[in-house]
Design a protein around this ligand. Structure first.
Ligand code: GLN
Length: 284
């Protein structure tokens, strides 16, 4: 079987299994099996797969037709131009979160030695991307899951920023780390209303950790808590930057305003959905 035929068959199988972007998924898996980049695949189309490659290919493909996310099969995800290790203990980074990371490092980079807190760090993608792009920042990263913190630590080491990130184990709904005031608090908290989790895409519902998805009955539990406990932990010119779910921006703006915060901007994502809420504690 040539690589081209294997790709064609796999695309059909993935489409039948309900996988979105079936052809692209087949290509990512094949690129991993034969050890080349995805754009280089056409150079290999006419070649046959070797026996060991066929076995690996079939095993990866079975995983994907069973709707295991591509990133969990490969063990890595791309975010902000960096490769992150991921596993079942952490939310796979999404493209929207890159916008949040960029907004956070843009604020941090213009301050001298900004202190940043990432609430619910998961894979560490936000904490690490901010530390990499704003070179003098000191980052604190909080997560309730020890397994997620291990992954985040590994990612901080992988990108050479472990010496600037302190990891804290704790529940964001109870307390934020008591290490003074922050220049930036950034968070992509769990925001799916509990009862909506069952209707999510299989990849998300069955493979992302519930802890990283479930935002309580209306999905807003973490925003309530961050408005109540986060605004008071900001420096006078500090910023709270939050990713929000589709349709949640208005409610999050209200929660922040009700706690005396001031919303400065609501930024759209690439699909023009209001996605990032930027606030300060100053309501003057
Ligand atoms: N963005 C994720 C999704 O919609 C949800 C992650 C979250 O709750 N922060 O699949």
């Amino acid at each position: 079987m040539t690589i081209r035929t294997a790709l064609q068959e796999a695309t059909t199988a993935l489409e039948r299994a309900g996988v979105e972007n079936a052809a692209a998924n087949a290509e990512w898996l094949m690129a991993d099996v034969i050890g080349c980049s995805r754009p280089a695949l056409p150079l290999h189309w006419a070649k046959p797969l070797e026996l060991a490659q066929i076995q690996r290919w079939q095993s990866l493909l079975t995983g994907r037709t069973n709707r295991i996310p591509l990133q969990n099969i490969l063990g890595t995800a791309q975010c902000c131009g960096l490769e992150f290790e991921v596993n079942r203990s952490v939310l796979v980074p999404r493209p929207e979160t890159e916008l949040l990371a960029e907004a956070a490092w843009a604020v941090a980079a213009v301050k001298e030695s900004a202190v940043v807190l990432d609430v619910g760090t998961g894979s560490g993608c936000l904490a690490v991307a901010v530390a990499v792009h704003a070179k003098e920042t000191i980052v604190h990263a909080l997560d309730v899951s020890p397994a997620a913190l291990n992954m985040a630590r590994a990612n901080a080491e992988r990108h050479g920023v472990a010496d600037r990130i302190t990891f804290h184990e704790g529940d964001a709904l109870r307390a934020l780390p008591s290490v003074g005031l922050f220049d930036v608090i950034v968070s992509n908290p769990p925001y799916i209303p509990s009862l909506e989790i069952e209707s999510l895409q299989v990849e998300v519902r069955d493979h992302d950790p519930r802890l990283a998805l479930d935002g309580g009955a209306d999905g807003l539990d973490f925003y309530r808590s961050l408005a109540r406990h986060g605004l008071s932990r900001l420096q006078p010119d500090g910023r709270l930057l939050l990713e929000v779910g589709d349709g949640q921006a208005g409610a999050v703006v209200e929660l922040i305003t009700a706690q005396g915060g001031r919303v400065l901007e609501v930024l759209p994502d690439l699909n023009n959905i209001e996605r990032i809420v930027v606030a300060s504690a100053d309501n003057s």
